[in-house]
Design a protein around this ligand. Structure first.
Ligand SMILES: [Ca+2]
Ligand SMILES: [Ca+2]
Length: 506
């Protein structure tokens, strides 16, 4: 039955091309169009003709998903075995730089060498680490403090641990509790910038630990344009489940670029960015409470917020969570991993007609991801509306709260993600935006189309006219994005017209 539809369509295609070739009058062309639409209408409503299946030769298979938004996991530091050096106290009190090479397991260690100690391999201390004077530089090696280890002395810029390489100062925990990591940097001037970790919940496995290192640098984060901190700390944990903690980061006034009072404590990696408390510009401390996952923390006043959207466009969807990359004349218009561009609007939650912010040329990946950058000043609730050149305007089911540096909304998981349940099932539990609204009565072909929120015969006629004109490349009438305007595109719009689809907005 489906093949018959194709035979029918292609027969009329040939007829219409013949009409073009012999330059028949426009009235004949319109008559043929109307006949076609009428017959198509009859066919679609006949039992067994309601479903159309794409031909096997369709281009779907040639655009595999090659995009990954996953971040590589951080390398996991491991606690190995150590050569126990007994239960005494080792005092590093030289007058020239000293080093320790192991792996050694100490009971007590005193650092009393103004020229410092270099840790040249993994080192563990289970008793008391006394910081009298001198810097302990870790480089690529971890310094592990056992679960009962403590720090004594007076940590300062001249007496501290310097974990500014890949090595971490690691503390083993066997239960909840608090520990201050006596860390800082020796980049330019030595600066003491400790981290206090208070673990409030968790289950602690073998060698459960939290490690810290830091950098006296701006975190390479593209939204930081206003005020920020030239310092970030990276914390990782192992073998703690059900983790919850509070964190305090001490920075130096010299670290601040811009206005200190504007800074917030933010976890900037892994994404999404999480914003914690406003800084204390008197004590120069950043705090984060109720932290459940660790990562890299810094202070900044992000210039932007991010709304991470996930959505699919019906006719560009080719299955398995992937869309076709919209084609131009000879290849993908925007790139092989980009489906198309969108316009995203933030609408007032009470008066929907008030558009509070518009983001144009938002990139939609072939895997359905789009990130909208909005000025930080936007907070509160907004309807998030998606507009696309040939898809139906679609709105979030409810206003979305924008309070954090980034948030996510996925339109594709259930029909109820869109206002009015106005999504089309694409199979496999995936939902997408209806295709086929591109034009209106006032913008007939070949005028630049302006959509009217209804998928009707005017849209169909626009596509059909574009097809008759032999349009190809990046054209609005090319619903499925394959670079050619043809009867398939017209048919796709026609099926949604038959379903009586129109935009539903608050
Ligand atoms: Ca329309
Ligand atoms: Ca097409």
């Amino acid at each position: 039955m489906v093949n018959n539809i194709y035979i029918f369509i292609h027969t009329f295609t040939i007829l219409l091309y013949i009409c073009r070739l012999i330059k028949v009058f426009r009235i004949v062309k319109i008559a043929v169009l109307n006949l076609f639409i009428f017959l198509l209408f009859i066919l679609v409503w006949l039992p067994g003709y309601a479903e159309i299946v794409k031909p096997a030769a369709d281009r779907d298979e040639i655009f595999p998903d090659t995009v990954s938004h996953e971040h590589a996991p951080s390398p996991t530091p491991l606690i190995g075995t150590f050569n126990s050096l007994g239960s005494g106290t080792f005092i590093f009190a030289g007058t020239t730089p000293q080093s320790v090479t192991g792996p050694n397991g100490f009971a007590n260690v005193t650092i009393n060498n103004a020229n410092g100690l270099a840790v040249n391999s993994e080192t563990r201390i289970d008793g008391i680490l006394t910081l009298t004077t001198g810097l302990v530089t870790l480089g690529a090696n971890n310094l592990v403090l056992g679960s009962t280890a403590t720090v004594a002395g007076t940590p300062s810029a001249s007496s501290m641990i310097v974990p500014t390489g890949t090595g971490q100062l690691m503390k083993i925990f066997s239960s909840t509790g608090s520990f201050t990591y006596p860390v800082g940097d020796n980049t330019g001037a030595a600066e003491y910038t400790p981290v206090t970790l208070a673990i409030t919940a968790g289950s602690f496995g073998t060698n459960a630990n939290v490690g810290v290192n830091l950098a006296n640098l701006k975190y390479p984060y593209d939204s930081v344009a206003g005020s920020y901190l030239n310092r970030y700390w990276t914390l990782t944990q192992q073998n703690i489940t059900g983790f919850a903690c509070n964190l305090t980061f001490q920075y130096k006034p010299a670290d601040v670029v811009g206005t200190e009072a504007q800074l917030y404590c933010e976890k900037v990696n892994p994404l999404p960015i999480v914003e914690y408390n406003a800084t204390n510009p008197v004590t120069h401390q950043l705090t984060a409470t109720g932290v459940n996952t660790l990562g890299t923390f810094t202070g900044n006043r992000a210039q932007y917020k991010y709304v991470n959207l996930k959505l699919f466009l019906e006719e560009m969807y080719i299955g398995a969570g992937t869309m076709r990359a919209a084609w131009d004349i000879s290849g993908p218009k925007w790139g092989a991993s980009i489906a198309d561009h969108l316009t995203v609007e933030l609408h007032d939650p009470v008066t929907y007609s008030l558009i509070r912010y518009t983001a144009n040329d938002v990139v939609l990946s072939t895997t359905g991801n789009a990130t909208v950058t909005i000025p930080r000043a936007f907070s509160g609730n907004y309807y998030v509306t998606i507009k696309h050149r040939s898809s139906l305007e679609t709105v979030t089911a409810l206003p979305v709260l924008i309070t954090t540096p980034s948030l996510s909304y996925d339109y594709s998981t259930t029909i109820s993600k869109a206002y009015g349940n106005n999504l089309k099932s694409l199979g496999g539990g995936v939902y997408g935006l209806y295709s086929g609204d591109l034009s209106s009565a006032s913008t007939p072909y070949p005028a630049a189309p302006v959509k009217d929120g209804v998928i009707d015969l005017l849209d169909n006629y626009y596509i059909y006219s574009s097809f008759l004109n032999g349009d190809y490349g990046y054209k609005v009438a090319d619903l499925n994005g394959d670079g050619v305007v043809d009867l398939m595109d017209a048919y796709l719009a026609y099926t949604n017209f038959l379903l009586g689809i129109y935009a539903i907005t608050p």
